[in-house]
Design a protein around this ligand. Sequence first.
Ligand SMILES: [Zn+2]
Length: 296
Amino acid sequence: MSQTDLLHRFLFEEYEVRGELVQLQQTYADILRNHQYPPAIEQLMGELLVATSLLTATIKFDGHINVQLQGDGDVTMATINGDNKQALRGVARYKQAPADDATLQQMIGKGFLLITITPNEGERYQGVVELTGDTLAQCLENYFEQSEQLGTKLILKTGLENGQKQAAGLLLQKLPAASESHEQDFIHVTTLAETVKAEELFSLDAESLLYRLYHQEKVRLFEPQNVTFVCGCSRSKCESALISVAKEELLDIIKEKGEIAMDCEYCQSSYHFDAVDVEGLFTAENRVETDENIKH
Ligand SMILES: [Zn+2]
């Protein structure tokens, strides 16, 4: 198992505080690959990626999560999709490049953060929070305070280490049933967390990092979970979308443009269909096969 691209959960046994640590290198590289984002947006996507991974791990669910920033600024939309297996993908849309040192508000403008959780079974849940605070971390801390009444501390960092782009973060959260008497303990562990340096977050393994921050506390570290980039787009999903359109309409497009090209916004894969492909789609056997693909 590689040392990066892991999510670790831990628990302060005596404090009623739980924590998570995530360190991403390959997943971050995969999310940025094929997109020529300006530096400020690369950084934003790194923070959003780390935040989504940490957020997913706080929620007990089997299903999908979407964390999305929307606004009227230079960056109109930035989103990460993930699931409980920590398979993530994401994309940002922007009108023009923000300044390299732009704050979250300067990039997104007037906007909000939208969190959507879609369990495989049960009701979809959606939470919205206005963009208050200058950083994504502050914004999410406000979200937890407002929607869950849970004291939460988030540290999100992006940067370079050994020539590789890195995105990493820490989350500390009071347990839902934590008593008032643990307020000071929470302040204590979050104050220590704030002393963490970016290069420590990027380069130390979980045990060393937790020892560096909390060698005087009793910390239980659980088995890590792998974090990966999974786009999920495929030719058969494109085919499923195409057969819902009238065949004549598709053939008209091909007559006009030479082909139908479908580009994945997330990974920039391109799927091409010509007249023969379209005829094939609408034969009886293929229709059944494509329907099967939708189910799986
Ligand atoms: Zn894709």
